[in-house]
Design a protein around this ligand. Structure first.
Ligand code: BG6
Length: 511
């Protein structure tokens, strides 16, 4: 495997949650597998005054808590911590970038990392544009005078709508070239999401069936059992369509629906994903009403414990109309997918945590076995489980042993965990490493992000412009509003429910 170039990673927002929960633990996990560059240092930047030592102590505690490599090797951790440094800085003040410049030059000289710098924006999104502009004005965004590279990773949310995403892209492009910008979508860093590409394009048997002739409909579900977990302030402005659908779930749809790329190259793959998003049929105002069902979780009791409703969460308005659940039906208007409906749903406080794609194949043209209640319909399903218990399940009919021809629906089930005991890197490990290697395949390109916003914008506008559009309350611990069942029912189908509702009380209502 190629090893990444020596470099300095600068994390803006170093005192925040993302740095402590995800980034530094992922970097330590890379260190444990000897995947970090030989010469490497991390500079944490944020407004809080901290010494290098105090920053190291905080990060050591975070790694102990959040590393995937348990038990944590403390000698290794102490060694890793020596590479951590800290600079207190008001990132919105242009003058202070002189100070940052001086510190980076000193670190680059100390570690011998040449001119390679990677900037990670782990700050609130309101600071992205000013940080990028300040990096530009101070000369820090420039490729290291021919002797190195400069890259920037931008966390989601990438814009609030199409217009703000365009503005953000525009601002980033004033300071960086597109090939220096890495927009993170951690779903693309998940092993099983990447496996969709291998599954589709490394096997001869599935691709011939992967089209409107054989596929009846496609279902994508991302269920979470957690609520907004202290992120009410952010979430109440976002809602699940911005938080999950616009980015993570559409990226999954992109991989499921794309044409085979001509090579395994970042731009070839992203070009194909872009074509899918450009082919998404735009929602009319009427379709926003008919093909989108939105819900918000209400108080309930789960396993004997009271769970509060969304409106009772911290920093959430008591009359909030933000959706914590959304189910959508849409079409991809191209040759491959003409007439095949896609159903996508995502929600918080559902009965379990599961992300999966279900490809529902068309039934046989003629039903041989039956009639009778147990008549087999031959609607084969392929379930791609993204998390947890990552794997692939193929459902088909087999004859039950005995007289007659009773057909039983059986599953051929592959669990990723059976493949090998190879360590599976977390999404952040994979993505940080790829960026250091200069591989943008699993990062979202600017035009791709804008195409996804162009698709969801009409939905968001319809709801924001019309408070009379329906929002349904569902008890926490259930599969969301029952009205969502109407979407697949129109095609004689139903959602796949991987488990039962958990709530023992609570109300379904219209809010
Ligand atoms: C984040 C969202 O991007 O993804 C969260 O902001 C959500 O609200 C999370 O919980 C889900 O990620 P995962 O990896 O747990 O499926």
């Amino acid at each position: 495997m190629k090893s990444p170039d020596d470099c300095i990673l600068v994390i803006f927002g170093a005192s925040g949650d993302l740095t402590k929960r995800k980034l530094v633990p992922a970097l330590f996990d890379l260190c444990c597998q000897s995947l970090l560059p030989d010469r490497f240092a991390i500079l944490g930047v944020s407004r809080t005054e901290l010494s290098d030592d105090a920053f190291r102590r905080h990060m050591v505690e975070s790694v102990e808590q959040y590393s995937e490599n348990k038990p944590v090797d403390s000698a290794k951790l102490q060694e890793f911590a020596k590479q951590l440094h800290y600079e207190a800085l008001d990132t919105s003040s242009a003058e202070q970038y002189e100070q940052l410049n001086a510190r980076l030059s000193a670190l680059a000289a100390k570690y011998g990392t040449l001119g390679n710098f990677l900037y990670y924006l782990a700050t609130p999104p309101s600071l992205y544009e000013v940080i990028a502009a300040n990096l530009g004005h101070s000369g820090l965004s420039r490729q290291g005078n021919g002797s190195g590279w400069t890259r920037i990773i931008v966390e989601k949310p990438f814009g609030y709508d199409l217009q703000s995403a365009r503005e953000l892209n525009g601002s980033l492009l004033q300071a960086f070239r597109e090939d220096q910008i890495y927009r993170i979508d951690h779903y693309l860093g998940k092993e099983t999401v990447q496996n969709v590409l291998v599954f589709r394009f490394a096997n001869g048997i599935f691709e011939p069936l992967w089209n409107r002739n054989y596929i009846h409909h496609v279902e994508v579900t991302s269920a979470e059992h957690i609520g907004v977990e202290g992120r009410g302030g952010y979430y109440d402005r976002a809602g699940v369509i911005r938080d999950m659908v616009q980015n993570h779930l559409l990226q999954v749809v992109g991989l499921i629906a794309m044409e085979p790329p001509s090579s395994f190259d970042a731009n070839a793959i992203r070009n194909e994903a872009l074509k899918v998003f450009q082919a998404l049929r735009p929602f009319t105002a009427q379709e926003c009403e008919e093909s989108v069902v939105r819900g918000q979780y209400m108080a309930s009791t789960i396993r004997g414990e009271k769970v509060r409703g969304y409106r009772e969460e911290e920093d959430v308005a008591s009359d909030s109309r933000t959706e914590t659940y959304a189910a959508l039906k849409f079409h991809i208007d191209n040759w491959r997918w003409g007439g095949v409906p896609f159903f996508v749903r995502a929600g918080k406080r559902l009965p379990t945590r599961v992300t999966e794609v279900v490809i529902h194949f068309k039934p046989t043209p003629h039903r041989l076995f039956g009639p009778g209640a147990d008549m087999y319909h031959g609607d084969n399903e392929l379930v791609i489980r993204i998390q947890p218990d990552e794997g692939i399940l193929l459902r088909f009919g087999l004859k039950l042993p005995g007289t007659g021809f009773e057909v039983k629906d059986v599953g051929m089930d592959f669990h990723y965990s059976e493949l090998s005991d190879t360590y599976v890197p977390s999404a952040y490990e994979r993505l940080l490493l790829d960026c250091m290697l200069g591989d943008a395949t699993l990062y979202a390109r600017g035009d791709v992000v804008e195409a996804c916003w162009a698709f969801v914008d009409p939905i968001l506008n319809a709801y924001e412009g019309n408070p009379n559009l329906k929002l349904y309350g569902y008890p926490a611990g259930t599969w969301g509003p029952k009205e969502a069942d109407a979407l697949p029912r129109e095609y004689g189908e139903q959602w796949r429910y991987p488990c039962k509702n958990l709530a023992t009380d609570g109300e379904y209502c219209e809010l």
